[in-house]
Design a protein around this ligand. Sequence first.
Ligand SMILES: *Cc1c(COP(=O)(O)O)cnc(C)c1O
Length: 383
Amino acid sequence: MKEETKIIQNILSDPLTGAISTPIYQTSTYVQEAPGINKGFDYTRTNNPTRRTLEKFITKLEYGYDSIAFSSGLASIDAILKLLKYKDEILAVNDIYGGTFRLLNLYKKLGINTQYIDMTNTKNILHHISNKTKLIWIETPTNPTLKISDIKEICKISNKLNPNILIIVDNTFASPVIQNPINLGADIVIHSATKYLAGHSDVLAGLIVVKEKELYEELKYIQNATGGVLSPIDSWLTIRGIQTLYLRVKKQSENANKIAFFLNDKKNSSVVDKVYYPGLSIHKNHLVALKQQRYFGGIVSFSLINDTIESAKKVVTSTKLFKLAESLGGTKSLICHPATMTHKSTPSKIRKKSGIQDSLIRLSIGIEDVEDLINDLNNSFLL
Ligand SMILES: *Cc1c(COP(=O)(O)O)cnc(C)c1O
């Protein structure tokens, strides 16, 4: 089966009633026949039929052993960090998602430290892996400068040095339509399903997909012990969203590709300075993206020749179709100014070092007509 057929065919209908749309089992507990004798469900923190349908669905899409659904992307990341113990170390991509950075900071006081490194050059990890390294945290493409790391190569090097190191890929920016990290050697894939998977900017959700049984059971234990579960209604919304994932990501990627080429041309008219998009041949790891991804994705970033916060603010407040907002992956196109929005708490020196210039603008491309989107951007440059 092709990916788009698989997505649709992998949603299970309700085994009890045959309902083709998964029912929302809005219940906290379940009637038992005798103590301990039940239909596989006893309490919704532990298990819920609607959540279970979502978990089975994403397991298929990411080629895992099993999955666990959480109340947010960060709740799922937190569960993974609870696998670690005092003095364990983490190697993470240096422009990791801001919320994950904040969470890793919190774990410092428990004696769990993180080294942030540039993984776009795979060999860098050789210089940083030690016998304390327990976990490698990859994001590719990254936010907001769309850096690409070679998942397969990183897994190969890490497994050779120490097969016990867990490799986690935050696949939020790509979605399973674009890449499947478990097939490339990762142990765990996580998603902020808040973004592309749910896809309509109406729900917060996190998913963990695990390659092997033992690790799945450890994480399931952690979730049941801590309780950050996804509610039945939000599970349902996420299932509903994923049904159109393929259509959306394909259209968003096609739109983004055209917009990246348009912006790249704008370099000639002294407006745009740098364009960040894995689909452009000038992108540092374009060839890795070509090998690793089915599409180049729906996020494009660019900076202005007049590299000031003011000039960026002028652009982001004059678009009409692109709405000024944080987050990404929804059906509507969004525009965002990282220096004063998503990355405002990052010190300016560190921010600039990771390539986030004052004028950097991030676009999350929606499913609108691409000509309209290009005209909207063009008009904002003329103002
Ligand atoms: C949004 C996001 C998260 C956090 O997810 P929430 O659902 O907001 O908790 C984690 N990683 C990446 C890459 C994200 O974009």
